[in-house]
Ligand binder design. Structure first.
Ligand code: ATP
Ligand code: SKM
Ligand code: MG
Length: 180
């Protein structure tokens, strides 16, 4: 692998990070189509390869086992792919190894969304995200806030709360175009 800065951002995989529901999958698909790149949702890849949904992996093996699995998949993708758009699970950056691997080898983009806007999306995703099950709104807000520190490791942030997926994807494409 290359040291951070050794490979121009335009030639790296694009890694999208951010809290659940921030728009990584939605914006990622638009961005991949715009740049004619392959789109890979890491949660979906893990589910397919392991033959069970992420919810069941959590239930069967526990969160820590899932995080280790996630780190291995992201590492392999960073090695194997060259110009893909990778949408990471919302908790992937909890692992320092995953953060540093992505920062050194990919262009890391934060899908940033303020709490007030995010909570309007909660009904859309509440039932399908294992981490949100059996949590009150206050507990979810505390989780949202606790995650903000890990998302500060990125190369570029985009406002994913108050613009369309198309506009957010265009902002990322423009940033990439202007990078060395
Ligand atoms: N810019 C946007 N404006 C309005 N709604 C959006 C926007 N981006 C995403 N959404 C909606 O918010 C919901 C969550 O989006 P999405 O699944 O892309 O988030 P995610 O970051 O991939 O979540 P997860 O980490 O849980 O996979 C979807 O219903 C999607 O249609
Ligand atoms: O934020 C999280 O901790 C998670 C987000 C999802 O993308 C999944 O990766 C999983 O449900 C964990
Ligand atoms: Mg997603």
């Amino acid at each position: 692998m290359q040291a951070d800065g050794a490979v121009p951002y335009r030639e790296r995989n694009i890694v999208l990070i951010g809290f659940m529901g921030a728009g990584k999958t939605t914006i990622g698909k638009v961005l991949a189509a715009k740049l004619s790149r392959e789109f890979i949702d890491v949660d979906e890849l893990i589910s397919t390869e392991r033959g069970m949904p992420v919810t069941e992996i959590f239930r069967t093996f526990g969160e820590e086992a899932f995080r280790r699995m996630e780190k291995e998949y992201i590492g392999e993708l960073c090695f194997q792919k060259q110009d893909a758009v990778l949408s990471l699970g919302g908790g992937a950056f909890l692992k320092e190894d995953t953060r540093e691997l992505c920062m050194a080898n990919a262009a890391v983009i934060l899908m940033d969304i303020p709490w007030e806007q995010w909570k309007m999306r909660l009904p859309l995703i509440r039932d399908s995200r294992p981490i949100l099950q059996n949590k009150t709104d206050e507990e979810i807000q505390a989780l949202y806030e606790s995650r903000q520190a890990i998302y500060q490791r990125h190369h570029f942030r985009v406002d994913a709360g108050s613009q369309t997926p198309e506009a957010a994807a265009q902002e990322i494409a423009d940033w990439l175009e202007g990078r060395p």
